[in-house]
Design a protein around this ligand. Sequence first.
Ligand SMILES: Cc1cc2nc3c(=O)[nH]c(=O)nc-3n(C[C@H](O)[C@H](O)[C@H](O)COP(=O)(O)OP(=O)(O)OC[C@H]3O[C@@H](n4cnc5c(N)ncnc54)[C@H](O)[C@@H]3O)c2cc1C
Length: 408
Amino acid sequence: MNTDICIIGAGPAGMAVAIAASAAGASVVAVDSNSAPGKKLLITGSGRCNVTHNCSVAEFLRACEPFDRFLRHCIYEFSPADLIALLVGLGVETKTEGSGLVFPVSDRASDINNSLFDNAKSLGAKFIFGSKIDSAKKTDSGFLIESGDKKIDCQSLIIATGGSSWPQTGSDGSGYRIAEAFDHKIISPTACLVRLMTVEKWPADIAGAAAANVRVSAKISGKKISSTGPMIFTHDGIGGPAVLDFSREILNSDQCFPLDITIDFQPNTNDNDFQRLILEAALRYPKKEVSFLLADMMPISLARKICQMAGCEKVVSSQLTKQLRKNLIENVRHLPLKIKSARPLSEATITRGGVDNAEINPLTMGSNLCQNLFFAGEIINADGPCGGYNLQFAFSSGTLAGKNAAKV
Ligand SMILES: Cc1cc2nc3c(=O)[nH]c(=O)nc-3n(C[C@H](O)[C@H](O)[C@H](O)COP(=O)(O)OP(=O)(O)OC[C@H]3O[C@@H](n4cnc5c(N)ncnc54)[C@H](O)[C@@H]3O)c2cc1C
């Protein structure tokens, strides 16, 4: 089979390449080891797909530090506003939630996946499923890609095979071997945006208890690190967006574990205001247990656990002494936990590491080492926090790679 462009991987990045390159008039074949496109895309945002972040390009880039310089051109070329416009043009209306999280109005990731796949096919892109590519070779005219008895000759090759987290979705790290064969350096893949395990066992007692907005903080080598957002207690520690973002900040710090952290369940107030709030509530409900006073702020199981740690588990509000109040404030605003480690890479939302972005031209997504070879998406060592940044990067880098590969 002959084609202008061959894409390995039909996830969000691969589909974006297929759309951009086909729209530019190139013949495109995308190959994926799964039986259908976007297996990981379908599980994003718990099946709702937080497809991008509704913000300016400058804000987007700031959130993605330290990769902002590498991402700059591709995000300007295909911004969150461009992605939303593309989806709306394909019939997928979007909505913005919270701090800027964009979802399809239907809350169905499959609507995003189907619309992109249908768009790529309608532009003429061909897809081959159930075919895992193990290697690709440079030839005089371009590249030869082989899988079993299938051979594809192409002028340009795009590797969009994802990272190596959640390997059951197809992103098993095999793309790294293909890139290495073209002399690309692979920065050791590590877990990013990942749940953290605590030394303390008590989180298991309240597994599933979630708080809508917390601040997770720690000091590493004298530098204060913190993240805010929702969190959840798990059977062996903590998770949720605030924790995943926090993991992104700490995992590059050498020997960061064991790590002492604190959680503030009232990050938008200060100790004095919080104390006033508690005193007023105690006056209003003198006969209620202290945990009841926290019930507006957090799930009751968490409120009871905090009261237990503050020594006021069975205490009624009228008996809340100054010392107990102090303990309570301490535990609500500065709850201490010791992190022993992160969950493994296979469970991480994102892979940090992969193809060294220093060997990729950020203006084209083309390889600096091999002519007409391009990369797109999570295979590249570049990532952002929770909130739609990583899918946007997959779409932006895919669009840029597709446009430039079509020029070959
Ligand atoms: C549980 C979970 C939830 C997430 N939620 C969000 C979210 O809400 N918002 C967000 O922005 N990001 C989210 N992400 C991250 C997001 O899914 C990734 O950033 C995105 O999927 C990366 O796209 P990609 O196309 O680069 O890689 P992938 O989506 O991993 O696609 C790569 C494709 O390549 C194929 N492939 C791999 N190797 C080969 C090979 N050798 N031969 C043939 N085919 C191959 C795979 O089968 C796969 O289909 C989430 C991730 C996870 C795990």
